[in-house]
Design a protein around this ligand. Sequence first.
Ligand code: ATP
Ligand code: MG
Length: 505
Amino acid sequence: MVKFKKTIFKKLVTIFIALLVLSYIVTGGFLYYFLNDYATREKVTALEENADNLKSVFAYYLNLKQKNVVNADEWFEYYLDLASTSSNSIIWVVDKNGYVIFCQPSAAKDVLDKYKDETNWPKLPDPKQYNDVMSNGGAILQKTGDFFGFFKDDSFKYSSWLTVQMPFQVIPQNGQQETIAAVYLHTPLPEIQRLRTKVFQLFMISGGVAIFLAIVLVYVFSLRFTKPLKQINNAARIIAAGEFRNRLSVKGDDEIGQLASSFNQMVDDLQKVEEMRRGFIANVSHELRTPMTSIRGFIEGILDGTIPSGKHEDYLIIVRDEINRLNRLVNDLLDLARMEAGEIKLSIKPFDINELIRLSVIKNETLITTKNLEIEANFDTENMLVTGDRDSIERVVINLLHNAVKFSNENGRIIFETAKNKDKVFISIQDNGIGIDENEQKRVWDRFYKSDKSRGKDKTGTGLGLAIVKNIINEHKQEIWVESEIGKGTKFTFTMDFFKNNIED
Ligand code: ATP
Ligand code: MG
């Protein structure tokens, strides 16, 4: 049982986690990539805007310089400082020969000072650091890395930088545009990477939380599955052991709820079948034991002389009757069993039901006359053709006639009636005998059922007659019902298919 629960739980958890991890890896991968791309691009745009502004300010500065305005240098330096702080970047202004003429913030100047040459101005050591932008026709350049080894210097915390180079152009007298300087903005890349790592970390943490929650949910959920399954399994075992008392208490209209209610339904049915089986065996053994006990008693009485020889014949007659009854009982049981197993094939042919009734009455004439009963036949027409298995229907009629005779009082009256009703023929047999109690009418079709009243009147019956009748009628896909009133009489009616003779039509 535990193993069973474990496997379902394990499977669910494995599938869930596999799905979660997969979707996290895919989403995380995309996120990482786009975040990187997006953050760099954001930064580049911001730096480019800054550089563009600085270009205008530089032009203005050159203008002030030309007019020999005092403090122009201080003013420009101050402006660069502000721009550097706000964009979190190092700003240079480089002339076309690679001399750095301005640098902000001032802290960044120390490294530059190492590159001072005889002019006492710092000159960028690698021509690639300025040649590209100066000869690029005025287009902006963008580079990532250590800017040709410049940021490898120990005084920088990071070696990975984003550099934007914005050329500054003038139109001299001859009209040919010329790049005379460039504004450089350097911003450390780890800034961007840190942002990316942060977001990614958050994402992973939320992923962890989600996986944890998923496991908890799956666990709770799988308990909801496995608990009722476990219950059903246990109940099935108990039932297999022949104990039908328990029912499942699983509720809900999902598949498991439905399974539970079907299961309960099945147990109900099994219980009924089991009760029927037990009742049947009890009935059969009772019915067999009673005559056998009396037969044994009589035979022993004859053998040991308790029964005087003059009475032997009387007792032997009783023994013969009992044996006949036993024989009939066994045959009826066998027939019922065969019918229920579907072994008896009906041969459906047209026949005259009125004729069949007449013959049945004649065959049982002695029975009828000993009770001095009057027989009446109410037939719509002389002949009434129906289709069915003639032998089986004869058995039905004779069984019903026997009952009518058996449960009639002396001088009673039995009425047969056949009437056409659309495609059907209604056949009924009515007596004015003891009648059947309203509560008992439903049960007369049960095997071995005999009403208490009839027991006094009839000691020969086994209570199988109507069970056989019902079976035959069912096999014909027809109906049979009973109407009765205690003390007034009983009427059994069954239907048959009317035989339509095409030639007559
Ligand atoms: P068997 O037919 O096997 O000899 P039975 O006649 O007692 O035995 P059924 O024919 O199955 O058994 O009938 C069952 C019970 O229904 C009868 O014992 C009787 O109580 C009741 N019953 C059947 N027919 C009538 C009837 N015409 N009038 C009153 N009670 C009847
Ligand atoms: Mg009977």
